[in-house]
Ligand binder design. Structure first.
Ligand SMILES: *[C@@H]1O[C@H](CO)[C@@H](O)[C@H](O)[C@H]1NC(C)=O
Ligand SMILES: *[C@@H]1O[C@H](CO)[C@@H](O)[C@H](O)[C@H]1NC(C)=O
Ligand SMILES: *[C@@H]1O[C@H](CO)[C@@H](O)[C@H](O)[C@H]1NC(C)=O
Ligand SMILES: *[C@@H]1O[C@H](CO)[C@@H](O)[C@H](O)[C@H]1NC(C)=O
Length: 301
C-alpha cells in the first residue's frame, strides 16, 4: 500500500483516536490464558491445526487437500468479541481466512452471521478485508476495505461489538463498519439468536481474487494463519432460559455509550470512509436498484 496516500494530519488524528479508544474500552475483557480446548473445538481437520509450545498461539493451515476451522464451544448474544490474527503471507491469492460469528455451525438456511473475511492476494498486492451481515440465511451486505498495514507481517486485533442498537466491526480498535438498528428499526438486524465465534482458512480461488481469475499456487502450500489473545466480554447463552436479554442494562454494551460511536470513533470512522472503502453494497445501485432499507440508517446517530 502506498503510505504516501495518507496525510500526516490523518495519521495524527488516527493515533489520537487509538489512545482515546483504548480509554473508552477501560472495561477490557479478560483474556483467556487457558488452553484452546477450554473454549474452542476444531470443526474439521484436526491434523491441520497446531499450537505454539505454550499453547497460546494457534495455527490453521490450508493445503491442496483441505483447510481447517475452529469454533467456540459456547454461544453468546451481545457483547465484545476480539482476537489477534496474523494472516497468510506472500503469494496467497485464492486463500480466504474467515473470522466470523454465526448462529449455526453450518451454512443453514436460517442462520444469522457477522463476517470478517480476509482475501489473499498476489505477492506485494494489498490484502482486502470483506465484512458481511446475514439474517435468517440472507446476506448480500458486503463491504470491502483496504487496510492501513500489512496484515501478514504482524498480529492485529479484529473485534466485533454487538448489541441491540449497532454492530461495529473494529480493526485495532478503529471502527471500520457500523451496522445500525436505531431510530427507524432495521428489519435486517440480527438480534434474536445467539452466535458462536468461528475461524477457518479455505480455498476460494473460484471467486476471491479478481473474481476467481487468480488461482491458488499450491506449490506454496501450506498456507498458515495464526491466532492469539481471544477475548470475549459478552453474555454467554444458557438454554433453556437465556439470561441474555437486551433490556438488562447492567452490561456495558447495553448502555448508551455502546449504542453510538464516541466522538473520537467518529473521526476514525470518517477517515476510514474517506480513504479505505473499496466497495459498499449500499452504493451499488446496479446490484440493488432499490437499496436495502438499512442503507438509510445513519452511522453517526
Ligand atoms: C474459556 O474457558 C474457561 C474455562 O471454561 C473460562 O473460565 C473462560 O472464561 C473462557 N474464556 C473466554 C474468553 O470465554
Ligand atoms: C498435493 O500436494 C502434494 C505435495 O505438494 C502432491 O504430492 C500431491 O500430488 C498434490 N495433490 C493434488 C490432488 O494436487
Ligand atoms: C426465515 O427464512 C425461512 C426461509 O428460509 C422462512 O421460512 C422463515 O419464515 C424466515 N423466518 C423469519 C422470522 O423471517
Ligand atoms: C489484489 O491487489 C490488486 C492490486 O492492488 C487489487 O486491485 C485487488 O483488489 C486485490 N484483490 C484482493 C482480493 O485483495
Amino acid at each position: 500500500m502506498d503510505s504516501g496516500a495518507y496525510s500526516s494530519v490523518s495519521i495524527i488524528i488516527f493515533l489520537a483516536a487509538i489512545i482515546a479508544s483504548a480509554y473508552y474500552h477501560s472495561a477490557e475483557a479478560a483474556m483467556s490464558k487457558g488452553s484452546f480446548e477450554d473454549n474452542f473445538s476444531i470443526m474439521w481437520s484436526q491434523d491441520h491445526f497446531t499450537t505454539s509450545e505454550d499453547g497460546q498461539i494457534w495455527y490453521l493451515s490450508l493445503d491442496n487437500d483441505t483447510g481447517c476451522g475452529f469454533q467456540t464451544k459456547q454461544r453468546y448474544r451481545f457483547g465484545w468479541f476480539s482476537m489477534k490474527l496474523k494472516l497468510v503471507g506472500g503469494d496467497s491469492a485464492g486463500v480466504v481466512t474467515a473470522y466470523y460469528m454465526c448462529t449455526e455451525n453450518g451454512a443453514g438456511p436460517e442462520r444469522d452471521e457477522l463476517d470478517f473475511e480476509f482475501l489473499g492476494n498476489r505477492t506485494g498486492q494489498p490484502y482486502l478485508i470483506q465484512t458481511n451481515v446475514y439474517k435468517n440465511g440472507t446476506g448480500g451486505r458486503e463491504m470491502r476495505h483496504m487496510l492501513w498495514f500489512d496484515p501478514t507481517e504482524d498480529y492485529h486485533t479484529y473485534s466485533i461489538l454487538w448489541n441491540n442498537h449497532q454492530i461495529v466491526f473494529f480493526v485495532d480498535r478503529v471502527p471500520i463498519r457500523v451496522f445500525k438498528n436505531n431510530e427507524k428499526p432495521n428489519n435486517f438486524f440480527p438480534n434474536e439468536k445467539p452466535m458462536y465465534l468461528f475461524s477457518s482458512v479455505w480455498n476460494a480461488d473460484d471467486w476471491a481474487t479478481r473474481g476467481g481469475l487468480e488461482k491458488t499456487n499450491w506449490k506454496l502450500a501450506p498456507f498458515v494463519s495464526s491466532y492469539k489473545d481471544f477475548s470475549v466480554d459478552a453474555c454467554q447463552w444458557k438454554d433453556p432460559y437465556p439470561t441474555c436479554v437486551s433490556t438488562t442494562t447492567k452490561s456495558w454494551w447495553d448502555q448508551y455509550d455502546a449504542w453510538h460511536l464516541s466522538g473520537d470513533q467518529k473521526m476514525d470512522y470518517a477517515w476510514v470512509q474517506r480513504n479505505l472503502v473499496i466497495y459498499d453494497y449500499c452504493k451499488d445501485s446496479e446490484r440493488y436498484p432499490i437499496l436495502p432499507e438499512e442503507c438509510s440508517l445513519s452511522p453517526w446517530e
